[in-house]
Design a protein around this ligand. Structure first.
Ligand SMILES: O=Nc1c(NC[C@H](O)[C@H](O)[C@H](O)CO)[nH]c(=O)[nH]c1=O
Length: 166
């Protein structure tokens, strides 16, 4: 058994509304990650109609796309309270030949942390920062290898969404 990974908890997601914002770079990895997160949301009782999925060009755009989803939702509900209990930001950064990877990874991680602290809406960090395709495939659970990290992000979104309402 791996020493890594979160200790799972059981939470009832039936009252939650969850956003998923995903980049479109490296779509063959993004797709299983988003599917894994969504499957766990549904397994925890989140209603399909309460899962909103949006996309953006790449991981660099995740912080602003996540912030915009929160802001837009705030004005769609009565009383201006945000409509989302948590948002999962999904991206796949694969190291290339240049320093581009480092700059995006660093900026996106700080950006997403800032969005969640500024908005008080939990933003689950679903950005893979990997050194090669094999690492990406293993973390998306593709071809039965490795573990789909999207599932962990779905569970984290339910836990944080429930706790935000307590
Ligand atoms: O470069 N590699 C990647 C990437 N670059 C695009 C960047 O996020 C942004 O969309 C553009 O720079 C335009 O702002 N975006 C990713 O999600 N993964 C990568 O591996």
């Amino acid at each position: 058994m791996s020493l890594k990974g979160p200790t799972p908890q059981q939470h009832d997601g039936s009252a939650l509304r969850i956003g998923i914002v995903h980049a479109r770079w490296n779509a063959t990895i993004i797709e299983p990650l988003v599917a894994g997160a969504k499957a766990k949301l549904l397994e925890c009782g989140v209603k399909e109609s309460n899962i909103v999925v949006q996309s953006c060009p790449g991981s660099w755009e995740l912080p602003i796309a996540t912030k915009r989803l929160y802001v837009a939702s705030k004005y769609q509900t009565t009383g201006g309270s945000p409509a989302f209990d948590a948002i999962i930001a999904v991206g796949v950064l694969i190291k290339g030949e240049t320093m581009h990877f480092e700059y995006i990874a660093d900026s996106v991680s700080h950006g997403l942390m800032r969005v969640q602290l500024d908005t008080d809406i939990p933003v689950i960090f679903g950005v893979l920062t990997v050194l090669n395709d094999e690492q990406a495939l293993a973390r998306a659970g593709v071809d039965g290898k490795g573990h789909n990290h999207g599932e962990d992000w779905g569970l984290a979104a339910v836990e944080m969404g429930v706790k935000r309402r307590e």
